[in-house]
Write a protein that binds this ligand. Structure first.
Ligand code: PNS
Length: 159
């Protein structure tokens, strides 16, 4: 089974990592597919985001990190993958996630979206929260993987 975990990951959090680790258990190969979200203004460039996530999973041969542009379903076709993995935290995620799942199915009927729930300690966690805390010089070391933490500190010039 080939899974694709798409997102903007700006930045990648421990909640994202938790989902990847759960999905990698049942996927033969899991593609972490990093993209621009046209509705968001990004803090890190696409290349920076890919590089940080690659560092997090450098020892895992069944996890591939790459960027894509254009439609997610087209990227999936190019990788011969059928399953989209998305994390769900709260009821507030549902509407957006349902819209995306139906939009993707509408464009390509052979893709299936699998929703996964992270560990309960990550239910409140989002990239937006991490950016906000880091921007205001708060401690995010327990919210993001080490390579992301370092880059965030650099970005906000925090010693
Ligand atoms: O982490 P995000 O920002 O919620 O991820 C959204 C993302 C990047 C997965 C979504 O915007 C996406 O799939 N973009 C690619 C364009 C596309 O396929 N759009 C149609 C489905 S909404």
């Amino acid at each position: 089974m080939l899974g694709v975990y798409p997102g903007s990951f700006d930045p990648f959090t421990l909640g994202h990592k938790d989902i990847v680790e759960r999905a990698a258990k049942f996927c033969d190969k899991l593609f972490i597919a990093v993209s621009e979200n046209i509705n968001k203004k990004h803090l890190f460039t696409l290349d920076e985001r890919v590089e940080m996530i690659r560092e997090v999973f450098s020892g895992n041969s069944n996890i591939v990190v790459e960027s894509f542009s254009g439609l997610l379903v087209d990227y999936m076709q190019s990788r011969n993958a059928q399953y989209i993995i998305r994390g769900l935290r709260a009821v507030s995620d549902f509407e957006y996630e349902f819209q995306m799942a139906f939009a993707n199915r509408n464009i390509n009927n052979s893709v299936e979206t699998i929703f996964m729930v992270p560990g309960s300690q990550y239910l409140f966690l989002s990239s937006t929260i991490v950016r906000d805390i880091a921007y205001n010089k708060g401690d995010v070391s327990n919210l993001v993987p080490e390579p992301v933490y370092k880059k965030l500190m650099e970005k906000y010039n925090i010693k």
